[in-house]
Design a protein around this ligand. Structure first.
Ligand code: ADP
Ligand code: MG
Length: 676
């Protein structure tokens, strides 16, 4: 028997059990060994009911009586009376009606949970329950609890794992021995034994450290290797021309911020190297990333290179095209816009101009890569809001050049440092941590839906002063099942009542792209006072005269998303306001309060990472596949250690070949995260 043996080979696993495991993706012995406990319950300290005190507690008791009652839709409460020889207490579970069947047998159980004051009495809330007779003896009462996916019983998992214990004890090491030794890690066999059959909490801690280290090491080694491979590529040499840059800067209507200067300088230096640039430009909303890209594109064009800029939406692409046109046309640089709505002859003409080099800067959406666009001499690729693009799309775009073009990925969703190191470890990073001069921090306020009239008064004041406003809603059509404001209903309501005397525009994803653009253009030109919109304005849209934003049902949005939305105002020297209207008058969530308190995107990203985890924020595709089981991206210390080890491994010239499993995993991550 080995790790690849089918689970049915194990004693006690019949076809039926095998199928049950297969349903949750556990097919082999190795899969089961890697199926780690969700938590470890500590049953080593049992308290007599008579002695119980508030806080975490474990008791050994029988269930005297148990019943479930529906409280309201979506909530059923199960209440039980638990008894040992010293006394009785009450336990409650929320939405766990199966506890009735589990506990009715009258057998003895360990119950472990929080003993707390709730609903006017002390009770044990949502305790776990473990049949005493099923407690494995060898675990010293520290019990692994496995995820109960699709009815998979934790007791069954434990039973089969104990059959496999001899095999687990002999698992060969997967990391280089020297690293295990230097980092003072448990070896692999020890780690899995400790996870599945822990003796003390310290065992579990050590095992976690070892397995998390391994995951991070694999990920970071992959990005180190990608970096190394990138360094072997030949790039375009685009020499720095001081006069060209000076001329560009001097025709700007503003002075660059210090941070913009530094970032531009870093990019221009990379252009001069023989190796293609791989750089992430991180800047909070409104920090002025576009002009930095424009400056670099100007330098590239001067040396005869084309630039491609890819944006996630048509609105954004056309806005970028317009901005770049303004910035670059004084120097005779031609800017083309290629989106799905450029059709027929116009499209053919544009293709030809890109191919023969008449157009030096091409801005577009996915159309840039989905069609047969042939570049004359593509030297520089800019990807705006890069976390929205899959790795594959970037690869497609980069394939369009003889040499690997220089790559600049721009994002306004600040990535916490820990995450930047792991997921984007192979990128160099430039940061715009400074807003243009004269910007006033946006004033953000959580607003109860009951005092809307007052709110509209405040917005009207802005409009009277000549400013414009956004109203953001989250759905297109009225859905009777919930109370979300639909943009259409909101638009009608505002137009027919409070803002009768105002010109209002309506923007949502279901509009045709030329309709969308027409609305955006009117808003940008100041012809509309108010724009009622869904989150299609979330990224990048730049209308500096807009100074007020109402976000309806703000509690339905994620933290980073709120910050992004809010970034549509505060783009000029006028004071701007953002009102977060909650869907009920209940107490606002922590998320909303954080957005109200802070304008710092980097700080909010850290908070968001803690509250929701990386998958939600940075796109499922990439992170779902990264699938870190044990390591948390918040563990900067361990990340640092793993990174040092990965760097040292690459620097020592060591080969992956002798480490079969490690190699497999690293190659997988390399394919997943490479930009080449
Ligand atoms: P983002 O980083 O969010 O993409 P943009 O590139 O859209 O920001 O720039 C936001 C606004 O700030 C634009 O209207 C731009 O013209 C303006 N801007 C950029 N840099 C400066 C600067 N140094 N001083 C003043 N305004 C600037
Ligand atoms: Mg932008």
């Amino acid at each position: 028997m080995n790790l690849l043996s089918p689970l049915e080979k194990v004693k006690g696993v019949g076809i039926k059990t095998g199928e049950q495991f297969a349903a949750v993706g556990i097919n082999t012995v190795g899969d089961l060994i890697r199926f780690l406990p969700r938590v470890h319950e500590d049953f080593s300290h049992v308290t007599r009911i008579a002695d119980i005190a508030p806080g975490k507690a474990t008791i050994k008791a029988r269930c005297d009586a148990i019943f479930t009652r529906p409280v309201r839709r979506g909530l059923r409460i199960t209440t039980a009376t638990l008894a040992d020889e010293s006394g009785k207490l009450q336990a409650v579970w929320f939405n766990q009606p199966y506890r009735e069947t589990q506990l009715k047998s009258g057998e003895e159980f360990f119950f472990s949970g929080e003993f707390e004051f709730n609903y006017n009495r002390y009770q044990l809330t949502n305790p776990s329950a473990e049949k005493v007779s099923e407690m494995p003896v060898q675990t010293d009462r520290l019990l692994p609890v496995y995820r109960a996916v699709k009815g998979l019983k934790t007791t069954l998992v434990r039973k089969i794992l104990s059959e496999l214990k001899p095999l687990i004890t002999m698992l060969p090491e997967s990391l280089p021995e020297s690293i295990v030794k230097n980092e003072k890690l448990l070896n692999r066999a020890q780690a899995y034994v400790a996870m599945h059959f822990p003796k003390t909490p310290v065992d579990v801690e050590k095992a976690r450290e070892r397995l998390a280290f391994e995951e991070l090491f694999e990920l970071l080694l992959a990005s180190q290797l990608n970096r190394q491979e990138n360094a072997k590529l030949e790039g375009w040499h685009i020499p720095f021309n001081q006069q060209v840059v000076k001329d560009f800067v001097s025709q700007l209507p503003f002075a660059l911020t210090g941070a913009q200067r530094v970032a531009a300088w870093e990019i221009l230096q990379d252009f001069e190297k023989a190796v293609p640039m791989n750089r992430l430009l991180q800047g909070d909303v409104g920090s002025g990333k576009t002009v930095v890209a424009g400056l670099a594109a100007r330098q590239a064009a001067h040396e005869g290179f084309q630039t491609a800029l890819m944006a996630p939406t048509e609105i954004l692409a056309s806005q970028h095209a317009e901005t770049l046109q303004k910035l670059l046309s004084p120097f005779g640089v031609q800017v083309g816009l290629l989106t799905g709505s450029v059709k027929g002859t116009a499209r053919k003409t544009l293709y030809a101009a890109i191919k023969n080099g008449d157009v030096q800067v091409v801005v577009g959406t996915h159309a840039l890569i989905q069609e047969t666009v042939i570049f004359h001499k593509l030297g520089f690729v800019v990807i705006d809001e890069q976390h929205r693009f899959g790795v594959k799309q970037r690869q497609e775009l980069l394939k369009k050049a003889v040499h690997m073009p220089h790559l600049l990925a721009m994002t306004a969703t600040p990535i916490p440092r820990s995450l930047a190191l792991t997921v984007y470890g192979e990128l160099d990073i430039s940061i715009l941590n400074e807003l243009p001069k004269g910007r006033k921090p946006i004033k953000t306020k959580i607003w109860s839906p009951n005092s809307r009239a007052q709110l509209y008064g405040l917005v009207e004041e802005e409009l009277i002063a000549g400013r414009q406003a956004y109203v953001i809603c989250s759905l297109i059509d009225n859905n009777p099942d919930n109370e979300l404001k639909s943009v259409q209903a909101e638009y009608k309501k505002l137009q027919n009542s409070v803002f009768k005397h105002r010109t209002i525009g309506l923007l949502h994803g279901k509009l045709k792209s030329d309709e969308k653009e027409a609305v955006m253009a009117r808003f940008a030109a100041g012809e509309l006072d108010i724009l009622v919109s869904t989150t299609v304005v979330e990224v990048g849209v730049d209308v500096p005269n807009a100074t007020a934003m109402i976000i309806e049902d703000a509690d339905r949005f994620g933290l980073s998303q709120l910050h992004q939305l809010r970034g549509r105002v505060g783009r000029s020297s006028h004071q701007s306001y953002c009102y977060l209207v909650t869907s009920t008058s209940a107490k606002p969530s922590e998320r909303l309060r954080e957005v109200e308190k802070s304008n710092d995107g980097f700080y909010l990203a850290e908070v968001d990472l803690k509250l929701r985890g990386p998958g939600e924020i940075y796109g499922r595709a990439q992170h779902g596949a990264l699938n870190l089981q044990i390591a948390t991206l918040g563990d900067t210390k361990l990340i640092k250690r793993a990174q040092e080890a990965a760097k040292a491994f690459v620097a020592s010239g060591a080969e992956l070949l002798p480490y079969k499993e490690l190699e497999q995993q690293v190659r997988y991550y390399q394919r997943l995260t490479t930009l080449n």
